[in-house]
Write a protein that binds this ligand. Structure first.
Ligand code: FAD
Ligand code: SF4
Length: 479
């Protein structure tokens, strides 16, 4: 192994080596990939074939991990890929961005015995990247075309996975999306350094090549009502995700240079895709040379702080009202951010945005953790007279997302939602209260994970198939 590769001893955790913020845009990915290739077979061969596949049980897609690891260890990569893709519509995406420490790898028997997990995600990524390189990934060939059609609202992972599963069965699929590109949060939410955009684009192109029709810049609610789409298609899938950013309702909240996480990340991703982005180009949404404060402690906040570092911010601070142990974000991501130079101000809560026209500083209260609340988590309480100030040029609010008001947005008051605003479905069929209208992904679960969106997409496709077969049967009886 070369010296430079020896640096990556923690490769299984996909954690970058300690490095200064200033030289992070380097040949890291290249070295990393090279190293992963060298190590994939070695890692795969570490699987003990333990007999009780806890990794598989804890993978939301029940991927047959032990078998594809074995095939990889034996150098039978094509077979490993065939197996990996049989349960997952985007193995190369999951291999890159699943929080494996909480899912498959966190439950690896070797990890439990203290010997370090088999790096399942990295192997999954390697197998699938190899498959793309070798030309093994091909568009679906539909054997028998069916006349029935399904309209899918939302081209995120849930909609794409469902679309692919239904297209395999020969149904006519149209996917509508209000964005100008497909992929949902894969394209405009998750930053490029975690998930390279060409990975998303080649997947959606593949789906296009197999006959799925994409209608971009089409907002259901504005360009058509839900009922109009129901008239047009035999079944509808709502896979619109959750996009209503939680607000910080504080004095000074309307000052300039205070943005939501999605505004900041979308601008950065669009720029990375080569688009002209006025607010980025004129410096407003560009962190370069600025003091940045990100409010929030989840994975979205981690994406914002790490993106700011990559844009060469002068300083990046993350304010979170609880302590490190109680952060909702993945410990791995927090560790990455710390290594890259992000300063975390734990147990702190913003009190007021201060400035003339634009935000210049932030008044912050110190927090202490009180008694556990109903959820069992210790309640953050403001410490009296603890206020301090933080200089800031750009504030990014990353406090999570709620569903938009879909019945209102879709002009469909009959559509039932839960008290959280997510779509109400029968969990056996994922059908809403409107016959033939199904739902999947974050709009049902609330903000979740890509791997769960794919799982939902696959499950709902099966329900839609049953629904369409019944519908066809009824129609043929009437005829
Ligand atoms: C910043 C960020 C980082 C994340 N990082 C990770 C990660 O590292 N790993 C992980 O597993 N998960 C991550 N997630 C979560 C993950 O991205 C989501 O759980 C997943 O994308 C949900 O998939 P979905 O298909 O339900 O919705 P989405 O991906 O949100 O897609 C919904 C699509 O519906 C479209 N749409 C919405 N309303 C309409 C309408 N009215 N008309 C037409 N189209 C509409 C949207 O434009 C969008 O394209 C992250 C989320 C965020 C915000
Ligand atoms: S899909 Fe995610 S959880 Fe499942 S094996 Fe791959 S990385 Fe692990």
């Amino acid at each position: 192994m070369s010296d430079k590769m020896l640096k990556f001893v923690n490769i299984g955790q996909q954690t970058p080596p300690k490095r200064k913020a200033s030289n992070r845009k380097d040949d890291f990915n290249e070295i990393y990939n090279e190293f992963i290739q060298e190590k994939a077979g070695e890692q795969a061969s570490r699987c003990s074939q333990c007999g009780v596949p806890f990794c598989q049980i804890h993978c939301p897609l029940s991927n047959n991990i032990p078998d594809w690891l074995k095939l990889t260890a034996e150098g039978r990569l094509k077979e490993a890929y065939d197996l990996a893709q049989s349960t997952n519509n985007m193995p190369e995406v999951c291999g890159r961005i699943c929080p494996q420490d909480r899912l498959c790898e966190g439950n690896c028997v070797i990890e439990q015995s203290g010997h370090g997990t088999v790096t399942i995600g990295s192997v999954e990524k390697y197998i699938t990247d190899t498959a793309w390189k070798e030309g093994w990934v091909k568009p679906i060939k539909v054997r028998t075309e069916k006349t029935q059609s399904v309209g899918i609202i939302g081209a995120g992972p849930a909609g794409l996975a469902a679309g692919e599963q239904l297209r395999k069965l020969g149904y006519q699929i149209t996917i509508y999306d209000r964005y100008d590109r497909s992929g949902g949060l894969l394209i405009y939410g998750i930053p490029n350094f975690k998930l390279e955009k060409f990975v998303v684009e080649r997947r959606t192109k593949l789906l296009n090549d197999c006959g799925i029709k994409f209608v971009q810049n089409f907002e259901v609610g504005k360009d058509a009502t839900l009922d109009q789409l129901r008239d047009k298609h035999d079944a509808i899938l709502v896979a619109t995700g959750v996009y209503k950013a939680r607000e910080v309702d504080l004095p000074g909240k309307d000052l300039a240079n205070i943005f939501s996480a999605m505004e900041f990340l979308t601008a950065s991703n669009k720029k990375g895709l080569g688009d002209k982005v006025e607010l980025f180009d004129n410096g407003t949404l560009n962190a370069e040379g600025k003091d940045i404060v990100v409010i929030g402690g989840g994975d979205t906040a981690m994406d914002c702080v790490r993106t700011s570092i990559r844009q060469n911010a002068k300083s990046v601070k993350c304010l979170y009202r609880r302590d490190k142990e109680n952060m909702p974000g993945s410990a791995r991501e927090v560790g990455n951010a710390e290594e890259e130079g992000v300063e975390f101000i734990w147990l702190s809560s913003p009190k007021e945005f201060i400035g003339k026209n634009k935000v210049e500083s932030l008044a912050v209260d110190r927090i202490k953790l009180g008694e556990p609340d109903d959820s069992g988590r210790r309640k953050p309480e403001i410490q009296e007279n603890s206020e301090f100030n933080v200089n800031v040029d750009l504030v990014i609010k990353a406090l999570g997302f709620d569903p938009e008001n879909l019945p209102k947005l879709f002009n469909s008051n009959d559509l039932q939602v839960t008290k959280w605003g997510t779509l109400k479905v029968d969990f056996n069929t994922m059908e809403s209260n409107l016959p033939g209208v199904f739902a999947a992904g974050d709009i049902v679960r609330g903000a979740s994970l890509v791997v769960w969106a794919i799982r939902d997409g696959r499950d709902v496709a099966e329900s839609i198939r049953r629904f369409l077969e019944q519908k066809e049967l009824k129609t043929s009886k009437v005829a």
